[in-house]
Design a protein around this ligand. Structure first.
Ligand SMILES: [Zn+2]
Length: 204
C-alpha cells in the first residue's frame, strides 16, 4: 500500500524562542565565565528538570519518568499503535560545562514540538523529547549510565547503585530530587532517535 507524504520545507522552528529558552536555562547554575555547573541529580539539576517539565506540560505533552529518572515528554501522534520518534539529550553538565552542551539537544527537540503545535500539525508517530539522567558521569561514574540501562547495557540495579564520592547512590538522589519514576526503564520500541548536539571539537 502506498501513501503520499508531502514534505513541507517551509516549516521553520522559532529560533528566537529556542534562544530565549536556552538563555533562561543557562541562568540555572550559571558560572562567572558564562558557562554552567549543573551536576546530575543536584538541586540545580532538579530546578532545570522542573522548568523543562513545566514548559512541556504547557505545550500539551504528557510527561513520564522512568526508574532511572529519564524524563520523556510526549506529543501524541495520529497512530496509536506505532512507537515514538525520540529526540533529546542531557540536562546535566560537567563542573565547567558550557551552556549549550546537552541542553541544546533537549530544547532543540522541544522547539520542534512547539513549532508543530503552532501549526497544528499532526504527525503519524508520537514524538518524545527525552532528558537522559547523568549523561556526563562527572557526579556518578560511568557516563551515560541511565541511557545504558534503557538500552540494556547495564541492569537497573547496577544503575541505581552507582555512588558519588560521598557514598550517595543514584537511586537515593533520584528520590531526593523527586525524579525516581516508576515507568520501566527501556524494554520498549523506538521508531527512530535523533540527537542534536553542539560540536565537540577543538574550535568549540
Ligand atoms: Zn553533551
Amino acid at each position: 500500500m502506498q501513501s503520499t507524504r508531502l514534505l513541507d520545507t517551509s516549516i521553520r522552528v522559532d529560533g528566537q524562542r529556542l534562544w530565549d529558552s536556552l538563555m533562561t536555562m543557562a541562568r540555572i547554575g550559571a558560572t562567572p565565565e558564562s558557562g554552567v555547573c549543573c551536576l546530575a541529580l543536584t538541586d540545580l539539576d532538579k530546578e532545570g528538570r522542573d522548568l523543562i517539565v513545566r514548559w512541556a506540560k504547557e505545550a500539551g505533552c504528557t510527561v513520564s519518568v522512568d526508574q532511572m529518572g529519564n524524563v520523556f515528554m510526549r506529543r501524541a501522534g495520529r497512530n496509536l499503535d506505532v512507537p515514538p520518534v525520540v529526540t533529546g539529550s542531557h540536562a546535566d553538565s560537567q563542573p565547567t560545562g558550557g551552556c549549550f552542551d546537552g541542553i541544546y539537544g533537549v530544547l532543540g527537540g522541544f522547539e520542534v514540538i512547539r513549532s508543530l503545535n503552532d501549526r497544528a500539525i499532526e504527525t503519524e508517530h508520537p514524538i518524545e523529547v527525552v532528558i537522559w539522567t547523568n549523561e556526563e558521569g562527572s557526579h556518578f561514574a560511568p557516563a551515560m549510565v541511565a541511557s545504558g540501562v534503557f538500552a540494556g547495557k547495564f541492569t537497573l540495579d547496577y544503575g541505581l547503585s552507582r555512588k558519588d564520592v560521598d557514598g550517595k547512590t543514584i537511586g537515593e538522589e533520584l528520590k531526593r530530587i523527586g525524579y525516581a519514576g516508576d515507568v520501566p526503564c527501556g524494554g520498549r520500541a523506538l521508531h527512530a532517535t535523533f540527537e542534536l548536539h553542539i560540536e565537540q571539537g577543538p574550535i568549540l
